[in-house]
Ligand binder design. Structure first.
Ligand code: AMP
Ligand code: MG
Length: 488
């Protein structure tokens, strides 16, 4: 190891310093035999961290929280949250630590956070640990989201701890090193609001403005502007999830960021066949967080954020309600605009060769064809790109009602779809559930090759490459009804 390599990065403890009431200084538990499973070299370089250093004994210890670098003040963050609609006044990082912030090569301040680093004062009945499979799942899916240009936390590394962890049987423990523009959540505001410490709530909002929406500081009402910025960021984010067929799975308010980045990949999945009711979480029995419900639930969460922010919006809470409701009322329009614009691009439209109404009707009718299914959502759009280049066979081979499809395709082709545009927004490789399961099972058994190959495929999702054919195919018929478990 080279001490010089580490010293190229200076950790800061800005969150811990500015928001001490939300930060409990804490230490990671000792990992008995840390072993690096996967490292994101490119991201490490962007952060100014030398991958060679991170592969060293000290570097790996840093990635599990056992070596605290200069300037870092590891803290467990406090937050509250609505989980499946019920309010929990105290959640917080039960098994995670914010190591500190670093400034990346382009000058952005980023959190480095460790998940699975042992029990904290917020652990309640939990063991504070995480296991290899789910941490690699977060690594794979978050990196896929990033490559799909969807705002997300990033994954720097997964390190096996060398400890067996009790789940459904014993499983190898792991820590995920995660990078985010911050870990401020809707639940952070709920927690601060519940303390009735207005100064804390204000400092939290100022911290959020400074890190994410500096322009809000210039507004007539900076806190209303902050709220509006979060509403816009979340409307855009959820529209992008919907466009790629992503189901988050646990959209509790503690899992929704202020920055507008996707966070906390648990029982999430990309849908194979188009299905508005798609749910992959074994604990979401009512389908609260089903695919088609996501925009509505995002709006619901933002209403909780508004409630938490009311005392900032106006000293007189009665007067705060109307502007907050008005800003929240903008969510639906912003969401619809992002979604329908994105859908038109998925169909290769928007170049001006069609009327907006005709294009919208075409989008609606495409959704009807998908609903008529079962049609693999990702492949349908990618194959439509081939149709735009003249080869209709692959997409025709996917649909049941050929007459309806042909009539639709004739209208669509008359609008002169742009095939290159389609290929730039319709991925060929997504982290399909059967591939993720295959890679995680192999990794849990000690074989990292399938994981590496999956990462290679999803790292460039729009560029079809020879040798990766099986990563572009739909789920095998015997794959069945996919479920993921929250026992992460
Ligand atoms: P999640 O659903 O993963 O976002 O977690 C919800 C809450 O449960 C957060 O407060 C987590 O820190 C906490 N939590 C989840 N798993 C564990 C665990 N194994 N030990 C301690 N706390 C946990
Ligand atoms: Mg969470």
């Amino acid at each position: 190891m080279t001490a010089a390599a580490e010293s190229t990065v200076t950790f800061d403890g800005r969150f811990a310093r500015e928001l001490a009431e939300l930060a409990v200084p804490w230490q990671a538990e000792e990992a008995p035999g840390p072993e690096l499973l996967v490292l994101n070299d490119k991201l490490a370089w962007d952060l100014g961290l030398d991958p060679q250093y991170l592969r060293s004994r000290e570097g790996v210890r840093l990635l599990v929280g056992n070596h605290v670098p200069a300037g870092a003040t590891p803290v467990a963050q406090a937050y509250a949250g609505h989980q499946f609609g019920g309010y929990s006044p105290l959640l917080g990082d039960g098994r995670a630590l914010l190591l500190g912030e670093v400034t990346d090569q382009s000058g952005r301040l980023l959190d480095i956070h460790l998940k699975g680093s042992g029990r904290t004062p917020f652990a309640r009945a939990g063991d504070g640990r995480a296991v290899v499979g789910p941490m690699l799942r977060e690594y794979v899916v978050s990196e896929a989201m990033h490559a799909l240009h969807i705002p997300t936390t990033r994954s720097l590394a997964v390190v096996a701890t060398g400890r067996q962890v009790r789940r459904d049987g014993m499983l190898p423990g792991a820590v995920l090193a995660r990078v985010a523009s911050s870990h401020l959540r809707v639940g952070s505001f709920q927690y601060a609001r519940a303390t009735e410490n207005l100064d804390l709530l204000k400092r939290l909002a100022d911290h959020a403005i400074s890190r994410h929406y500096p322009h809000a500081a210039e507004a007539k009402n900076p806190y209303l502007a902050l709220f509006g910025s979060v509403v816009s960021a979340q409307a855009e984010l959820v529209a992008r999830w919907m466009l790629v067929g992503f189901v988050h799975g646990v959209m509790n308010t503690d899992n929704m960021t202020i920055s507008g980045e996707t966070i906390d990949y648990g029982p999430c999945a990309f849908m194979d066949a188009f299905n508005p009711a798609a749910v992959y979480s074994s604990i979401d029995v009512s389908g609260r967080y089903a695919y088609a419900n996501q925009p509505v639930l995002a709006e619901w969460n933002l209403a909780r954020l508004a409630e938490a922010m009311l005392p900032l919006i106006d000293q007189d809470q009665e007067k705060a309600v109307a502007p907050a409701v008005e800003v929240l009322g903008g969510f639906r329009g912003q969401y619809s605009k992002s979604w329908s614009g994105g859908m038109k691009r998925k169909l290769g439209l928007g170049g001006g060769g069609e009327s907006a109404d005709d294009a919208s009707a075409l989008v609606d009718d495409a959704i009807a064809i998908l609903k008529d299914g079962p049609v693999d959502y990702t492949l349908f759009f990618r194959n439509l790109g081939k149709a735009a280049r003249g080869d209709l066979r692959p997409v025709r081979g996917m649909v049941l009602d050929l007459a309806a499809f042909d009539a639709w395709a004739e209208r669509w082709q008359a609008m002169k779809p742009d095939a290159d545009l389609m290929d730039s927004v319709n991925p060929v490789y997504i982290p399909r559930n059967h591939l993720v399961e295959e890679a995680l099972s192999a990794a849990t058994e000690g074989n990292l090759a399938p994981l590496q190959q999956l990462l290679e495929a999803i790292g460039a999702p729009f560029t079809e490459r020879p040798g990766l054919e099986r990563y572009a195919e739909g789920a095998p018929e015997d794959f069945g009804n996919y479920m993921t478990f929250c026992g992460t």
